[in-house]
Every structure is written in structure tokens, then in C-alpha cells.
Design a protein. Structure first.
Length: 110
């Protein structure tokens, strides 16, 4: 069940937070493979999964986190929240392009 949804201002990204029947929480972009879980997120010492999730989403929506969008032939094939944009910039194939941007569509640059 989707418990939270955010669509980027330009409509390109559709982020959902979903709670599965077994209670597992997934965070990911609709239609793409990448996802993560609250228990895997960086957090301040002692922070709960809920607090870590809230901080993660805030970083995305407030233009702090960088989103990678991989395209092949102009079609989006994956989207993810990048851990280290500078090191991930070269992780695409010859037939792919990688857009690195913020939630609001502004491009990221090193």
C-alpha cells in the first residue's frame, strides 16, 4: 500500500513510499528498479527508521539530494537518489546518458 507519494514539479519523477503486507517499507520511483529501505539510510545516532526516512525525503524535496536519471535512446530506464554524485557520474554505458539533477529539475554540477 502506498503511504506517501511525491511528484516532482516537472512531472518527471514520481516517488512513492510503500508499506508491503509484511510491514517492509520501500522507497523508490514508480516504474524503475531502484529502491531503498529506511533501515539502510544514513542517520544520526539513535534516530529511528521513521526519523531517517523523514530526513531522507526532506533532503530530496528541499533540493539537497541529487537524483540520477539514466536514459537509453531518450527513454528513462532508471532513476535513483544518488549516494555520491561525483563518483556515480561515470557509471553508465556508451548507449546511455545520465542526467544528474535536483527534485525541482535544476541540474547538478560538481
Amino acid at each position: 500500500m502506498v503511504v506517501e507519494r511525491h511528484v516532482s514539479p516537472d512531472g518527471v519523477l514520481d516517488l512513492v513510499i510503500e508499506r508491503l503486507d509484511d510491514g517492509v517499507i520501500l522507497i523508490g520511483f514508480v516504474g524503475y528498479e531502484w529502491h531503498t529501505h529506511p533501515n539502510l539510510l544514513d542517520r544520526d545516532e539513535g534516530a529511528t527508521d521513521d526519523a531517517a526516512l523523514s530526513a531522507y525525503i526532506d533532503r530530496l524535496l528541499n533540493g539537497v539530494a541529487v537524483v540520477g536519471i539514466r536514459r537509453r535512446g531518450g527513454t528513462i530506464v532508471d532513476a535513483w537518489i544518488m549516494d555520491d554524485p561525483a563518483s556515480e557520474a561515470d557509471t553508465f554505458q556508451d548507449d546511455e546518458t545520465l542526467e544528474m539533477r535536483y527534485w525541482d529539475g535544476r541540474p547538478w554540477s560538481a
